[in-house]
Design a protein around this ligand. Structure first.
Ligand code: 5RP
Length: 233
């Protein structure tokens, strides 16, 4: 296991120790860091911890089932106590870019269905300003090139346009999300007003959701390469 994987794993352990309690309803995030957390959670469930869980992607469903965590349909769980999820980038106000794994729509729905969201990451994910990681925007397949043009135009108005490309798999076919949509990856450089951009992107017809999460997270648990982890709130 790499030092970075170890850091993700200690973050997963720490978030359970600090925030997960018996009887909670949990949202389980997506991506490799969240999957380390889900695997750690599986050990606690096997040892008797009682939690009710829903997830933010089909991939996380698979990992959860593998480690013996029963998944409840998000329609049947009601308000969640806590969602634990990972970022592609996070700043010190806990604003994030997410969607590197194409799960941003379900992730945002589940985060908003929760009383609290705590982000888990390794120390490489913390940035001074969002925008180094290409911003994912989920769009419906219908007329996606028209939507792409509108997205590029808005980014230009924000002074951050560079390249917008549809995400593709190795065989050249566009990536299709768990909800059947495409992903546009927008290379932005620094994003000066993430809150405003998050809202304005979602006003473009054809945009389903974007990967800016500026209001969801109330804190982060950071795993470090020296094997320690800390909480920032
Ligand atoms: C998926 C996501 C992931 O949470 C994000 O990409 C982080 O993934 P990882 O922990 O593998 O770096 O937003 O859509």
């Amino acid at each position: 296991m790499t030092a970075q994987d170890e850091a993700k794993k200690v973050a997963g352990r720490k978030v359970i120790e600090e925030f997960v309690r018996d009887g909670m309803k949990l949202g389980l995030g997506s991506g490799t860091t969240s999957h380390f957390f889900v695997r750690e959670l599986g050990k606690h469930v096997a040892a008797g911890l009682k939690v009710t869980c829903t997830t933010t992607s089909r991939a996380t469903n698979d990992v959860a089932r593998e480690v013996g965590i029963k998944i409840t349909d998000p329609n049947d769980i009601g308000e969640l106590d806590l969602t634990v999820d990972g970022p592609d980038e996070i700043d010190r106000q806990f604003r994030m870019i997410k969607g590197g794994g194409a799960c941003l729509l379900w992730e945002k729905i589940v985060a908003h269905a929760s009383k609290r969201m705590i982000t888990i990451c390794d120390e490489t994910k913390i940035v001074d300003q969002l925008g180094g990681f290409p911003l994912p925007v989920e769009v419906v397949q219908f007329a996606w090139k028209q939507t792409e043009r509108m997205v590029s135009r808005l980014l230009a108005e924000h002074g951050i346009a560079d390249v917008v490309i549809v995400r593709r798999m190795r065989d050249g076919q566009p990536v299709v999300t768990d909800s059947g949509n495409f992903i546009l990856d927008c290379r932005c450089a620094a994003i000066p007003e993430p809150e405003r951009l998050e809202i304005e992107l979602n006003q473009i017809p054809g945009v389903v959701e974007n990967g800016l999460f500026t209001r969801e997270s109330q804190g982060m648990v950071v795993g470090c390469f020296d094997g320690t982890a800390y909480v920032a709130m």
